[in-house]
Structure formats: structure tokens, C-alpha cells
Design a protein around this ligand. Structure first.
Ligand code: ASP
Length: 413
């Protein structure tokens, strides 16, 4: 999930690990029952490598999410100064993100990518299914934040981190010291994440090899369906939500908007980084849409950090895919849980390649889905990342244009 040459080669390595793992599994699968060497030594070792990778991923989640959310919430510090613009921006970011996940869930429900895969997993979900909605809501609020961290209760950690981050702003100079500390801690955790991700090609190889060996060629079609669901969902979101917002609030044609931001959209697609695309996004919005510097320099950097519609949509599709693949019945409550967690997770997702995949672990854990599901999507993540980053960036530009028009700016460029 790093930028630059290193990141690209890592993603290529993960894809190679994924393809080799599938091939290895297909070839070795039918032979395993007849070979004691394979079943007693090779497969258990492959299994071990996969399990170590999963543990390392889980190891990162709590400190990474806490530190990056505190830093993220504290960085919205200017919101008090920017008042009206800030609230409008945040509200639009949250609403568009929640809509994106719902479109993701709808596309997932349409394509049903994981149905029939029947992968046996750790069914953490069953215990949670029966909870009444009021308890689910109550459960979001921690009684003891340290216990929430020990138990990796993600929603509770998120709630506490948001309170903590906002309090850092309110505490002025002293709070700044604390939020700087967490900003540094988040940076260190990104480095830990990079270290763990450098092991990903092997982990992905091992996990997918085990699955392919057990289930054979029947697992190929589901991947094509996940890709189709994410891409179609992204197109629907851009066409319905962004075009709708532009024509309704800016009174401009969607073509004017799409043409104006096409460079940023293409850059996001190829770099898979909203942060990396920011300079192009800023210049497109200012030069082609005519948004002022005042609005764009607040709305866009904030969006590149917290507004990830594409990532949220992808998390909706993937959560559903994992639930179906592992045969976990997704109740309405769990789907609501996905909307809430994926909205929050997308806020905490860094605008760099592959960050959404790490945050998917958060969504899966929070709703009680097996974390092994990460291995299923990791190999096709590059393809999914391109589309979701493009939508992440377009989402920032659409909100920026709407906020600018609501402030009376004349978008006539
Ligand atoms: N690559 C995405 C972005 O930069 C984040 C993600 O991986 O979802 O916007």
C-alpha cells in the first residue's frame, strides 16, 4: 500500500502471488489426498504461512485505526473557523459515502459473487446475529476504551477516537501536542503496515492456494463477479449521485462536470492514490469548474483524507462477497452495521494505493465476518483500487462544486 515504485512492485508481487497460489492450488488439490508428504508437510506449511499473515494483519488494526482516526479528527480542527463550509462539506461527504455503500451492497446483492463458494470459516457472525437493534446501537458506545482496544471492538474504538480527536482540538496548545503525537504514531503504524504488506505476496499465495486446492476451478467466476459489481457500482454512483448533485445544486450539465474533472479521474485511476492526485484535482476544480481557492483548498485536501466513496462502495461489495463465500447469513442489522462501519472506515482510509484493503479488515471484524475473506479479494485488489480511487477523487470534486455554488460562487468556467 505504498506509493511510488516500491508500491507498484509490491502490488504486482501480490497479484503474482495470487495467480501462482490459484495455479498451485488447482494443480496440487486433486493430488493432496493421495500424498502423505503433501497432506502432512506441504499443505500444513502453506496453511501456517497464511495464518501468520492473517495474524499480522490483525496485529495492525487497533493501533493503526486509533492513531489515524485521532489524527484525522484533530486535523479537522479548522472546522470551527470555517464553520458553515465545514459542516456542509462533512454532511455531504458522509451522505455520499453512505449512499455509495448502499449502491455497493445493492450491486453485491445483484451479482451474488460469493454464493455457492461454501468456504468453511470462523463464523464469528452467528453469535452477533440475534442481537436486537437497540443493543447493537448501545454497543457502539464503550464503557472502558482500553477494554475496547483489548477486545478489538472496532466501533467502540472509532467512537472513542473521534471524541479524543475532537477534544484535542478543544484543548488548544496541549491538545495539539497530543494530536501531533498520534499523527506521528499513525505515520509509524503506516510503516508497520508496509512491513506487514511486504509479506502479503506470500500470505496471499498461501491463503488462496489452500482455497483453490480445496475448491478447484469453481472459484474463478466469483472474482469476475466481484470486479463487475464494483465497476458497475462505481459507474452508477458517478452517474446518479454526482451528475444529480451537479445538475440539482450547481445547475450545470453533468457533461460539463465530467469533462472538467476527467484529468483528475484518469490520474486517480492510474496512480490509485487520492492524495497523490490532489494537485491535479485542485487545478481541475479551480481552472475547469471555476471554484474559488478558498473553498477548494479546504474541501479537497479534507476530501482526499476522509471522503472515500469508491472505497466505501467496494467495502460494501466485498463484505457481502465474503459473507456469501463463507456462508454467513447477512441480516439487515449486519448490513446496517456494514454501512456504518464502512462509512467510518473510509474516513480512516489513507489516500494511498491499497489502503482500502487494510480497512476492509476493520469492516469484516466489526460485523463479525471471517477476516480470511481478505485473501479472497487481495489478489484482485489492484483492479478494484483503480476504480475506487477514481470515484474517491470524483466524489471530492462533486462536493467541492456543490459547496462552492451554495456559497454563491458562480461556476461558469
Ligand atoms: N487507493 C485509495 C485512494 O487513494 C484508497 C483505497 O485503497 O481504498 O483513494
Amino acid at each position: 500500500m505504498s506509493e511510488g515504485k516500491k508500491g507498484i512492485s509490491l502490488l504486482v508481487k501480490i497479484s503474482i502471488g495470487f495467480i501462482l497460489g490459484i495455479l498451485f492450488g488447482f494443480v496440487i488439490g486433486p493430488v493432496v489426498p493421495n500424498s502423505s508428504v503433501l497432506s502432512n508437510y506441504v499443505m500444513p506449511f502453506v496453511d501456517l504461512v497464511g495464518k501468520i499473515f492473517l495474524r499480522l494483519l490483525m496485529m495492525i488494526i487497533v493501533p493503526l485505526v486509533f492513531s489515524s482516526l485521532v489524527a484525522g479528527a484533530a486535523s479537522v480542527g479548522d472546522i470551527h473557523k470555517l464553520g458553515r463550509i465545514g459542516i456542509k462539506t462533512l454532511a455531504l461527504y458522509l451522505v455520499t459515502t453512505a449512499v455509495a455503500i448502499m449502491i455497493g451492497l445493492a450491486c453485491g446483492n445483484l451479482f451474488n459473487p460469493g454464493i455457492g463458494m461454501n468456504i468453511p470459516g470462523n463464523l464469528q457472525a452467528s453469535a452477533r446475529e440475534a442481537k436486537p437493534l437497540v443493543d447493537v446501537i448501545l454497543d457502539i458506545f464503550p464503557t472502558n476504551p482500553i477494554a475496547s482496544m483489548v477486545n478489538a471492538n472496532m466501533l467502540q474504538i472509532i467512537v472513542f477516537a473521534l471524541f479524543f480527536g475532537v477534544a484535542c482540538i478543544m484543548a488548544g496548545e496541549r491538545g495539539k501536542k497530543i494530536s501531533d503525537f498520534f499523527e506521528n504514531a499513525a505515520e509509524v503504524m503506516y510503516k508497520v503496515t508496509h512491513m506487514v504488506m511486504s509479506f502479503a505476496p506470500y500470505g496471499v499465495f498461501a491463503l488462496i492456494a489452500g482455497t483453490a486446492a480445496k475448491f478447484g476451478v469453481s472459484i474463478l467466476a466469483p472474482f469476475a463477479k466481484v470486479i463487475a459489481a464494483v465497476y458497475i457500482g462505481c459507474i452508477i454512483h458517478a452517474v446518479l449521485v454526482y451528475s444529480g448533485m451537479i445538475s440539482m445544486f450547481c445547475k450545470r450539465s453533468p457533461f460539463w462536470y465530467f469533462k472538467g474533472v476527467q484529468e483528475a479521474a484518469i490520474t486517480a485511476f492510474v496512480t490509485r492514490s487520492s492524495s497523490g492526485t490532489l494537485p491535479v484535482t485542485l487545478s481541475n476544480v479551480r481552472d475547469n469548474l471555476g471554484v474559488s481557492e478558498g473553498v477548494s483548498s479546504f474541501v479537497l485536501p479534507l476530501g482526499a483524507t476522509i471522503n472515500m466513496d469508491g472505497t466505501a462502495l467496494y467495502q460494501g461489495v466485498c463484505a457481502l462477497f465474503v459473507a456469501q463465500a463463507f456462508n454467513v447469513p447477512l441480516t439487515l442489522q449486519m448490513q446496517i452495521g456494514i454501512v456504518v462501519t464502512a462509512t467510518l472506515a473510509s474516513i480512516g482510509t489513507a489516500g494511498v494505493p491499497g489502503a482500502g484493503l487494510i480497512m476492509l479488515t476493520l469492516v469484516l471484524t466489526s460485523v463479525g465476518l471471517p477476516i480470511e475473506g481478505i485473501a479472497l479479494v487481495a489478489g484482485i485488489d489492484v483492479i478494484l483500487d483503480a476504480a475506487r480511487t477514481c470515484i474517491n477523487v470524483m466524489g471530492d470534486t462533486a462536493v467541492c462544486a456543490v459547496v462552492a455554488s451554495s456559497e454563491g460562487e458562480d461556476l461558469t468556467n
